[in-house]
Design a protein around this ligand. Structure first.
Ligand code: UT7
Length: 333
């Protein structure tokens, strides 16, 4: 990777946006057979934000998060060269990134979507840094946004308790190699287990009468929670260790563990496997649930606002989810 680097990459600013109304575990217990106690003890989630009404969409959340990040550093949107939207719930299957590009006024940027479910932000961060390392681009906006509430079967208690809607953005800029803060990465996919977590397309059995053509529709989220849980706790520590080994970095040197916010028990199990103190885990899923591609940048933005992360801190970021896809990025803040 490093042999292609002619310059480094660093994160300049973050921003996030969440729907205004909160849905508690108690609210969910009025629609499916569950309880606040079950949800909290099994997942660590207390409440989540869901996009309600018809007047707001994933685009609005993504635009709001992006504007907050731009405002923090007083960057004019025309300075952006690239906008990457990590999402699995766009408003348009052809992609929603260009709508964000136009709404924020990033008139000089090319924009595309990157679909990798809950690993989408990690893959987008790595993708963005490649454009910066090679000198192709100078300023890149990466937005992780998902509104999975629109793909949830609200009668399925095994999934409807987990997810929330949100968007969060980071702005990356090229810098000299000595100031590079995206230190290394490690990415993986295993499509053999794709059916453990999917929003599958179902083809109609009856074809078009004249063309013999089968069309269909997307189904709700289906998940084998136990298998996804086991996969995350097994694979994520291995990916993190590969990254740390490649940097000759010890576990003790890690300041923050920022994992995809799927389940508090998964976060703790991964930290325990790595012998990382639970004090170093960044976690906010009790308030937002699993916000898919938004979860990591949302937690990052919040940790920055709380002044948790200090200059030069080592942050190990790892995403995992549908695909199955998982991966790690190590940052020096
Ligand atoms: O973004 C990445 C993707 N997703 C994940 O990372 C999810 C990973 N998996 C998980 O977080 C957990 O597997 C869940 C939270 C989804 C489920 O927790 P679990 O401890 O694995 O529970 P389970 O599926 O083994 O179910 C245990 C019991 C079952 O009852 P029986 O068969 O033992 O009688 C379920 O029917 O709990 C029942 N159950 C519930 N009970 C109350 C399942 N969902 C609920 C519920 N409320 N919402």
């Amino acid at each position: 990777m490093k042999s292609f680097m002619i310059q480094g990459a660093k994160i300049l600013a973050t921003g996030s946006a969440i729907p205004s109304s909160s849905t508690t575990n108690h609210d969910i217990s009025t629609i499916v057979q569950t309880s606040d106690e079950w949800i909290f003890t099994r997942t660590g989630i207390k409440e989540r934000r869901l996009l309600k009404g018809v007047d707001q969409s994933i685009i609005d959340l993504a635009v709001s998060a992006s504007k907050k990040a731009l405002d923090k550093i007083a960057m004019h949107p025309s300075q952006l060269d690239l906008v990457i939207l990590a999402t699995s719930s766009p408003d348009d299957l052809f992609g929603s990134a260009s709508k964000i590009q136009s709404k924020i006024g990033a008139s000089n940027a090319v924009a595309f979507d990157l679909t990798a479910a809950c690993s989408g932000f990690v893959l987008s961060l790595v993708t963005a840094s490649q454009f910066l390392y090679t000198g192709a681009y100078r300023n890149i906006l990466v937005v992780g946004a998902d509104t999975l509430s629109k793909w949830i079967d609200w009668s399925d208690r095994s999934t409807c308790i987990l997810f929330g809607d949100a968007a969060a953005a980071v702005i990356l800029q090229s810098c000299s190699i000595v100031d590079n803060s995206v230190l290394t990465f490690q990415l993986n996919s295993d499509g053999n287990y794709a059916n453990h977590l999917s929003i599958a397309y179902e083809t109609d059995i009856i074809p078009h009468p004249k063309l013999n053509l089968h069309q269909g529709y997307f189904k709700y989220i289906s998940m084998n929670g136990k298998e996804v849980y086991k996969f995350a706790v097994f694979q994520v520590p291995l990916s993190i260790l590969k990254c740390l080994n490649s940097l000759n970095m010890s576990i003790e040197e890690v300041d923050w563990l920022l994992l995809h916010q799927a389940n508090e028990r998964i976060l703790n199990a991964i930290a325990e496997k790595l012998s990382i103190s639970s004090k170093k885990i960044i976690s906010n899923l009790c308030k937002y649930g699993n916000t898919s591609a938004a979860s990591i940048p949302l937690a990052l933005d919040e940790a920055i606002k709380q002044n948790k992360i200090l200059s030069n801190d080592i942050i190990v970021i790892a995403g995992f989810g549908a695909g199955l896809t998982w991966g790690t990025v190590v940052l020096r803040w």
